[in-house]
Design a protein around this ligand. Sequence first.
Ligand SMILES: [Zn+2]
Length: 458
Amino acid sequence: MEKLLVIGLDSVPPDLLFGKLLDSLPNTKRLYRDGTHGTLETCHPPITVPAWMVMMTGKNPGALGIYGFRHRRGSSYTDGYIVDSRHVSEPTVWEILGERGLKSCVIGLPPSYPPKAINGCLVTCMITPGPEKEFTFPQSLKNEVRRVVGEYAFDVTFRVEERDSLKRELFEMTKKRFKLASHLAREKDWNLFILHEIGFDRLHHAFWKFFDPDHPKYVVGNKYERIAEEYYGLFDELLGDLLEAAGADVPVLLLSDHGSKAMKGAFCINQWLEREGFLKLARPPLGVTEFEKAEVDWTRTMAWGWGGYYARIFLNIKGRERGGIVPPEDVPALKSELKRRILQLRDVSGRPMKNSVFEPDELYGVARGDKPDLMVYFDDLNWRSAGTVGHESLYLSENDTGPDDSVHSMNGIFLYHDPNNHQNQIKSMNAEEVAPTILNLFGLPIPDGMKGRAVKLS
Ligand SMILES: [Zn+2]
């Protein structure tokens, strides 16, 4: 293969793109009708970072040592960091192609800030602090970006109450990103072109309760009822432009990194650990308090947790944490006891939750880097984890870190369309299979370290 266009639609679930919205999306529908499509089973955890890098390197999160955006620094109680491009040490598909002299153009793929050298060109992702920073490779590309779209937008602030201006910014951001993509697709020399759009994820988190009649907080006749049709419709139009800019003969692969679904609520992990006797606060918090600011009695705390789409649980182990109290030989029994109790949890209405508890080493084979001791999904991810303390109940109907209506699910999408080889077949793929599949499309061998198979798309 000479050329491949990859479009990453962050957080797009099959039931929207291939389901209820498909008939209103003429370009997508044409690709769907004549292409190979299916569900893309994502990695654990189903989160943007690490999911895109799992797809682009063919390595699981344990091998990458990336378990989410935020990480705990070593065995610190409070110190953390955000993952960026420097934490990705495994080769990506564009690096493997680059070694063979093939050129790539990559826009927005997380995490790609700060920009790394590439055989081609690169525009960084939504973790970029702002357009005043270096965000392109080569550096000179930055002026070209400004010339084509003016002020480039990496992301929108989406956990806000004021949704009118958010809607405007969201649509504006996506238009600019696709305008830039179409320009670069036309002007640059490339074999692999990758565009990532974060806007879908922001649409879902900020507006899910407005467009999904099944969301517990849906209100009939609200002013954003059709926003999903509008946003996906905008995408479909811009997709048409980009396909034309890329060239009529170029195959396209649409991917999403996980799905999305309505959030049922947030479960207060630290309050639960306290109630069960695993965590002690020196004094009760005055109102809702971030865990990092709560007065924890570390001399009597065995475990604490983090909020997010899933809960990370850390144990206070003697010889590892500064004030560790759990003897290393007691760790397996403590993990088992936590697991046992978590699996028995019920939701706010008394129904058993479908919870899962994973140990990173068992889940990944090898788990590098700053991993949690346990990873917990509440009720098949329908409930997120709240790390804050000082709530009146263990169950919150809202996210504790700002308005958010959706959670992630394990099923994303893929859709491959080759203009010269129409197919209509349904297949399945998982996140680790994406990199070998792309290399295979280019006729390249699969490196030994990639465990996934290459899915035959045509
Ligand atoms: Zn995502």
